[in-house]
Write a new protein. Sequence first.
Length: 256
Amino acid sequence: MNPLLAMLAPAPRANPLASLLGGSAPAAPRPGRDLTAVVHDGEATSDSSTAEGFRIARLPHVDYPGSDYSHLECGSIQLRPIQHEALGAIADAQGGFLPIGVGHGKSLICALAGTVLGAELAIVFTPAGTVSQLRSQVISARLHFNLTCRVIVRSYAMLSQPGGTDMIRRIAGEVSDANLALIFDEGHKVANATAARTKRVARFVHAHPDVRVVVTSGTLLAKSMKDVGHLAEWALRESSPLPRDRETLMAWARCL
């Protein structure tokens, strides 16, 4: 099984698994970047749970073994196959939920994600201990790849401060939402839906639905789905493979 869950294309198609849910599948979800807040309080009805089951069953599974981003290479460093696939998935889904293990080049994926998204600015959040390392990776990426996106690296500690939500907008400056990408390196740092930093990001993402989001971490799938449901929604929106309403998400987490 390919670990790139971002390989879910944004336009779902009919899936025979829908028949297992009983009856006919409902109409395909409306295109766009509609949001249902996973981390917000709210009750789901049985109808919404059924609708979520249909939605998830109808999501396509897409592989990207033929993705080729060698046109970005302009130096001595070459992308690995999994990096080509990850960038292809991000470009296709216009976001990414990437449970990629250690040693597979996540830092370079983070540095190039804004470019393949066609963004003007990518703000990459990373743990405080890896800020310098990631900034060095971005400098190296500019020497060896054709980056068309400005990349700013910040620590998650910034999001833990009061006013962290406004700080994202201040960093973005005049860049429009449609030209802004948020990249979460070691995204498990915002997995706790009750943490202040996670709530601040959630408020920003839900207030700015045109902002693209990429989440990557080697431990995403090691956590309960209730801890990563909101991350998948930030990144993939209506194409998230996890329930988008909290009651259904919690029910699935108890069973799986």
